[in-house]
Design a binder for this molecule. Structure first.
Ligand SMILES: N[C@@H](CCC[C@H](N)C(=O)O)C(=O)O
Length: 273
């Protein structure tokens, strides 16, 4: 039977306004299920967050990072949370870098002046890896929803569909996002981005699978940079402007994606689980 502490400490952090609650289960037993995550995620009755992270012991890295969306689904990757966890682990060790194990693989974080830079691992581009429900060219998927069509699909440890548009700010993402997220073409659902490229700069808005519209999504910024390069719209390096701020993304020649941006500790709290 698992130990239930009456008050469990947590940290509240964010990356460009994409906010997280982080529990440390490296030296104590903490078990979560979808219902508990949804209760904690409620901004009216719980703590409120886009994603919840549980740090667990790892034999291969400084920590294992378990990631939950606000809707109670467990996921393998979260870029902004990886920078936040990297910042915590670097502060703990007093060094310049940290290693983080996730269900998507082993990631690394380094201090980059006041910011944190993380290698998010390889961008996966085969239709089976996204995954899509059937074979398709992931650079031009024959798919349309409302005013959006012809997306690029990229898996960054999680599935992304990126739609290039004239004006990302004019897209009714609140309406189209949930319809695309749950379309049968995407058997594991999908994170939905709309991107406008200008002078090597990407304006990006994101409807996140399991969380809705967020201020920023790190893996979506990685996916959009990969997609823009594959479409010949940018080089391998792009500045991505999200609602909550800016990320620097590089798709490295080895196929992995490097992301640099802020990671901010908001406060420390306690909650009854
Ligand atoms: N906010 C994250 C992505 C979190 C997971 C995503 N909603 C999914 O379900 O794949 C980020 O910064 O990457």
């Amino acid at each position: 039977m698992s130990e239930r502490a009456p008050h469990t400490p947590f940290l509240k952090m964010h990356g460009l306004g994409n906010d997280f609650v982080i529990f440390d289960a490296r030296r104590r037993t903490l078990d979560f299920d979808a219902g508990l995550v949804r209760r904690l995620a409620s901004r009216r009755r719980g703590i409120g967050f886009d994603q919840m992270v549980v740090l667990r012991p790892s034999a291969n890295a400084d920590a294992f990072m378990e990631i939950w969306n606000a809707d109670g689904s467990e996921v393998a990757a979260c870029g902004n949370a990886t920078r936040c966890v990297g910042k915590l682990l670097i502060a703990e060790h007093g060094g310049d870098k940290a290693s983080i194990e996730t269900k998507a693989g082993l990631l690394s974080a380094v201090r980059a002046d006041e910011r944190i830079s993380v290698n998010m691992g390889p961008a996966r581009l085969d239709w089976q890896e996204i995954p899509l429900a059937h074979a398709a060219d992931t650079l031009h998927i024959p798919y349309a929803m409302g005013m959006l069509d012809d997306p690029v699909a990229v898996n960054m440890g999680n599935p992304h569909a990126v739609f290039f548009v004239e004006d990302a700010d004019a897209v009714p993402l609140q309406d189209l996002g949930p319809q695309i997220e749950t379309d049968p073409l995407f058997p594991e659902r999908v994170n939905v981005s709309v991107a406008t490229v200008k002078d090597g700069h990407i304006r990006l808005r994101v409807w996140e699978r399991g969380a809705g519209i967020t201020e920023a999504c790190g893996t979506a910024a990685c996916a959009a940079t990969v997609a823009a390069f594959r479409r010949g719209l940018t080089d391998r390096h792009a500045t991505v402007e999200l609602d909550g701020g800016t990320l620097e993304i590089v798709w490295l020649p080895d196929g992995s994606v490097q992301m640099t941006g802020d990671a901010v500790l908001s406060y420390a709290g306690e909650v009854a689980l």
